[in-house]
Ligand binder design. Structure first.
Ligand code: UDP
Length: 454
């Protein structure tokens, strides 16, 4: 088989759609035809954000199927969304594949699915086509999920995934210490969500077979302990648009690229870049404290304030804040983040530590200030601060607030101490050698392509 036609199906969240798009572009370059399946809700957002800029070429077609929720229902309720997906999407995907196969286009030859969309592996099996997994987050996180039955047997968690006591565990030597209170499934909105997501993980462990290909957006040199622990996870990252001299695509919000021109005017290595990904929300008090912290830091800053990051966004800023910082602060709704992080004016990244943001910061030699919000972001913070030592945690005070003084003091420390930058540059070198010709990720990707084509 020379030119396979693959269905690619991410979990319907921004931090999954972007790396799946990146993978699709890499596969398209290798001659694959890709049918990229978004949920209807996200499909509309992606097309709207792309606007006139659709530049995916003829090899990638964007299609959609329903996610099982009504248009007005809350898709940030991951428990509800995941439950609906498992009920509705398998049948819809099968129908979609059948209709493509009958349409005269090249028949679908395989499915590449998110680990969290494991039901689509069952669809592949039923339809007798090839199946593989792409995991867009850290290998360490995947290791923790693959270890659920061991965690149960060892009495670390109960059958709902709740830790029996708060403790730090290490799944294997050289792996990051994991706080049991911070397992990805325990750091969610509420117990109902935890239970749904945890049960999905247990089910997925039954569906995924040892012989299934699992490729991940990470690099051996970033997580050697995790890749030794689970050698069947093959790193093919960091996947970045810049590796193929292209643009990052798959945004849910339209990008505001005026900030790149603004960055051009700032002194080298001066700007604090602040972005919290696609899910994080702030209450008014913390939002204002962050604003005042940026003001107090007295440095140029570029701050991504998504329209839904807090309630009543226009009234959310401290009084007079925008006027006072107008000459040195730039606020945008959504930035072309990979380009921002590679800009020479940016000096550090205040981040929620989503895995994509982490990979993008690392690949650009950025020191971090860490402000995790939920799920695996606490584990990623551990990598950044305790394992790679390229950043600092922002600590809450007794009332649970990260204060303006804490922000100012940590910005000064991370920017002022050159050791952070030196280690970040060394980490970038280590990470990027994996995707160079002959590097570990590059070889894994080639083998993966050959197998998908065979
Ligand atoms: N992102 C972006 N512009 C922004 C904020 C985020 O392009 O203003 C991208 C970022 O580059 C990353 C993704 O959105 O690829 C967010 O994924 P991540 O895993 O960091 O966080 P999540 O949104 O899943 O919490």
């Amino acid at each position: 088989m020379s030119n396979p036609h693959i269905v690619v199906i991410p979990y319907p969240a921004q931090g999954h759609v972007i790396p799946f798009m990146e993978l699709s572009q890499c596969l398209a370059k290798q001659g694959f035809k890709i049918t990229f399946v978004n949920t209807e809700y996200n499909h509309k957002r992606v097309l709207k954000a792309l606007g006139e800029k659709i530049c995916l070429g003829s090899k990638i077609s964007l299609v959609s199927i329903p996610d099982g929720l009504e248009p007005w229902e809350d898709r940030n309720d991951l428990g509800k969304l995941t439950k609906a997906i498992f009920q509705v999407m398998p049948g819809k995907l099968q129908k979609l594949i059948n209709s493509i196969n009958m349409s005269g286009q090249e028949r679908i030859t395989g499915i590449i699915a998110d680990w969290t969309m494991s039901w689509s592996l069952e669809v592949a099996e039923k339809m007798n086509i090839r199946r593989a997994i792409f995991w867009p987050a850290s290998a360490a996180l995947l290791c923790s999920m693959l270890s659920i039955s061991k965690l149960l047997n060892d009495g670390i968690i109960d059958i709902d995934g709740t830790p029996l006591q708060n403790q730090k565990i290490q799944l294997a030597p050289k792996m990051p210490a994991m706080d049991t209170a911070n397992f990805a499934w325990t750091c969610l909105r509420d117990f109902t969500t935890q239970k749904i997501i945890f049960d999905l993980m247990v089910k997925t462990n039954e569906i995924v077979k040892v012989e299934d290909w699992m490729v991940s957006n990470s690099a051996y040199d970033l997580e050697p302990g995790a890749f030794s622990f689970a050698p069947n996870i093959l790193p093919i990252g960091p996947l970045l648009a810049s590796n193929r001299l292209g643009d990052q695509v798959g945004y849910f919000w339209p990008e505001d690229s005026t900030c790149l021109k603004w960055l051009d005017k700032q002194p080298p290595n001066s700007v604090v870049y602040i972005a919290f990904g696609s899910f994080t929300v702030f209450d008014q008090t913390q939002f204002q404290e962050l604003a005042l912290g940026l003001e107090l830091s007295n440095r140029p800053f570029l701050w991504v304030v998504r329209p839904d990051i807090t309630e009543e966004i226009n009234e959310a800023y401290p009084e007079g804040f925008q006027e006072r910082v107008a000459t040195r602060g730039q606020i945008v709704g959504w930035a072309p983040q990979q380009k921002v992080l590679s800009h020479p004016s940016v000096s550090c990244f205040l981040s929620h530590c989503g895995w994509n943001s982490t990979m993008e910061g690392v690949s650009n030699g950025m020191p971090f200030l860490c402000w995790p919000y939920f799920a695996d972001q606490f584990l990623n913070e551990t990598y950044i601060c305790d394992v790679w030592k390229v950043g600092l945690k922002l600590d809450k005070d007794q009332s649970g607030i990260i204060t303006r003084e804490e922000i100012k003091s940590k910005v000064e420390r991370v920017v002022g101490d050159e050791k952070f930058k030196a280690r970040a540059l060394e980490l970038r070198r280590l990470a990027m050698q994996n995707v160079e010709e002959g590097g570990c990720s590059s070889r894994n990707f080639k083998n993966f392509v050959e197998w998908m084509k065979a």
